[in-house]
Ligand binder design. Structure first.
Ligand SMILES: [Zn+2]
Length: 333
């Protein structure tokens, strides 16, 4: 019997944070990857961050956690199995009927030793298998560029997103910690090109980094959506521009708490109240359900129980997620 009946949409999930640890464990063993421990429970601790743990920043998140999941997912087989398991799991656990999944193919090709096209097509295969198994689900892949890669490398990722647009790639993202020689202004033309080819655009900003970068992204790049965007609450004009441009913020509460971007739920409540007071559209997401030991349903419950959102407001966020999705879909019931 289906236990959770409300159809839900998830727009912000990273492949590296979304695979159930026992599946990752088996994938690591299947490929003969040397892990720091022979015991499963040590491994589970290695790839998950529970409520009592905190990363100092996004860099620590990448160095401590994504290092392992990206290493294990660095083969076509592992990518295919990972994508398949996430989409099926989302439907079973949360009735996710619309699921967008994002990853950086260049962090899964052993620094050029594996072919990027094979990695991307493996993700498409995994997605196709999942929607055959779960026909009520619609899914799509967002390819990610990264601030720590060169402009040349990121241009290659964009070209791949364009190439596979009709095969299940629905959008392009930019993520990663700030790096000294990174300049967001170099990326306007890339996002313009993505839009011209009909790709959805989203950018991680306002999570860390500067308000100046977020202002440039909102005013000049004008993506469809922004990953996190927390910093905008400090700038009334920026919030007005977000509303004017109809940009939707992808909010990831547990992730922000575990990565020290937001101190506690009280602070999160203030941020979300500011969004509501300023008519900013936002969606509830996990960022990485298995890594943060959460899921969309749990995130919604967290906000409801903390008195941050009412059930009606949660429904509104879910409706916004369906509206803002890059996946072509009709309506849902
Ligand atoms: Zn993210």
């Amino acid at each position: 019997m289906k236990r959770i009946s409300i159809p839900r949409a998830e727009l912000h999930t990273h492949l590296g944070g979304a695979v159930d640890p026992p599946i990752l464990w088996s994938l690591a063993h299947y490929q003969g990857i040397k892990l720091p421990s022979k015991d499963y429970w040590d491994f589970e601790d290695l790839v998950t961050i529970d409520e009592n743990e905190k990363n100092k920043n996004i860099k620590e998140l990448h160095n401590r956690f994504y290092y392992w999941t990206e290493l294990i997912q660095s083969s076509p087989y592992a990518v295919e199995m990972s994508v398949k398991s996430i989409i099926g799991g989302g439907y079973r656990k949360c009735n996710l009927v619309l699921q967008e999944l994002r990853f950086n193919p260049m962090f899964r090709n052993h620094k050029g030793k594996k072919d990027l096209d094979h990695i991307i097509m493996a993700a498409v295969r995994g997605m196709d298998e999942a929607v055959l198994e779960y026909p009520k689900v619609k899914a799509g892949i967002i390819l990610m560029m990264d601030r720590t890669l060169s402009l040349r490398e990121n241009k290659i990722i964009l070209e791949k997103a364009i190439k596979y647009k009709n095969r299940g790639v629905i959008g392009i993202d930019l993520a990663g910690p700030q790096k000294r020689d990174f300049n967001i202004r170099d990326y306007k033309s890339l996002f313009d090109k993505a839009k011209n080819y009909g790709l959805g655009t989203t950018i991680h900003t306002g999570e860390e980094g500067s308000l100046a970068e977020m202002r440039y992204i909102v005013n000049e790049i004008n993506p469809d959506r922004i990953g996190h965007g927390l910093l905008c609450v400090k700038d009334k004009n920026l919030m007005k521009q977000i509303v004017k441009n109809d940009i939707v913020l992808e909010t990831c509460v547990s992730s922000n708490l575990r990565n020290s971007k937001v101190k506690n739920l009280t602070e999160m409540g203030k941020i979300i109240k500011t969004y509501l007071d300023n008519n900013i559209k936002f969606t509830i997401n996990t960022d990485g359900p298995e890594m943060y030991r959460t899921n969309i349903f749990k995130e919604q419950e967290l906000l409801r129980k903390a008195g941050i959102l009412t059930p009606r407001q949660i429904k509104q966020c879910n409706d916004w997620a369906f509206e803002a999705s890059f996946i072509p879909h009709n309506t849902y019931s």
